[in-house]
Design a binder for this molecule. Structure first.
Ligand SMILES: C[S@@+](CC[C@H](N)C(=O)[O-])C[C@H]1O[C@@H](n2cnc3c(N)ncnc32)[C@H](O)[C@@H]1O
Length: 223
């Protein structure tokens, strides 16, 4: 659970370097993860997609490509991040706080959130608000970092806490924003714990698909 003022401020400071830093730190794997999200969402054949905490719009751009019949609304509470999304080709953007959205009940077929829920002030309340705007029978998809189990766990935690903040600090001059990132991943529910949390907010059949050995996961559920 995070302090929204700190989060908004941190993202406004790194907005200009966010896309490059992301691809460097993930060695480009985030592109493959978003493609996988695109193909899952495409199978649901949505007409209305809401991508919240869209940031600089990487997932919204992928969804525009994978689901060319759908209207994709990309929202975020940080205007500096959203400005990059528009510049990069996201067609419809709105400045919106995901904890209190101006959208009607049951107004979208699919709601996606990539690397966003982890930054929100209250995970159960954020999921309840997401549930409100997805129509019954529609889908939720969350893509986020998770903590791998087994032999990958130790080296991953070392990379996250020691190496990642230093590389990102060099690229963005905002080392503390990336130390925050490492902490936020460690504290974030992962795997079955996340499925349980999603189920408790009224979603049906939450599922987890681990990616790249479990360093990220896609969670899906029906509303
Ligand atoms: C790590 S970035 C992820 C951006 C993008 N979805 C991606 O996959 O690259 C997290 C984003 O969440 C946004 N965010 C955090 N809390 C939010 C909230 N309560 N409402 C809307 N956006 C929020 C931040 O402004 C930031 O742009």
């Amino acid at each position: 659970m995070q302090d929204p003022k700190f989060v908004k401020d941190a993202f406004s400071k790194i907005a200009d370097r966010y896309v490059v830093t992301n691809h460097v730190l993930s060695l480009g794997t985030d592109i493959l993860w978003r493609k996988r999200v695109g193909s899952i969402v495409q199978d649901w054949k949505p007409k209305q997609i809401l991508d919240i905490a869209t940031g600089t719009g990487d997932l919204a751009l992928q969804l525009q490509k994978s689901c060319d019949d759908a209207e994709v609304i990309a929202s975020d509470f940080c205007p500096e991040m959203l400005a990059h999304a528009s510049r990069r080709g996201v067609k419809k953007t709105e400045v919106v706080d995901a904890m209190n959205m101006p959208f009607e009940d049951d107004s979208c077929d699919v709601l996606t959130v990539a690397f966003g829920l982890r930054n929100m002030a209250d995970y159960p309340a954020a999921l309840t608000e997401m549930r409100r705007v997805i129509r019954p029978g529609g889908h939720l998809l969350i893509l986020d970092f998770s903590t791998p189990e087994g032999i990958l766990r130790k080296p991953y935690v070392f990379y996250l806490n020691k190496i990642l903040p230093s590389i990102a600090g060099l690229l963005t001059k905002q080392k503390e924003a990336y130390s925050y990132l490492a902490g936020s991943i460690g504290d974030f529910p992962s795997g079955s714990a996340m499925c349980e949390l999603i189920g408790k907010q009224g979603f049906i059949e939450p599922r987890c698909e681990p990616l790249s050995g479990g360093i990220a996961s896609i969670y899906t559920a029906e509303a």
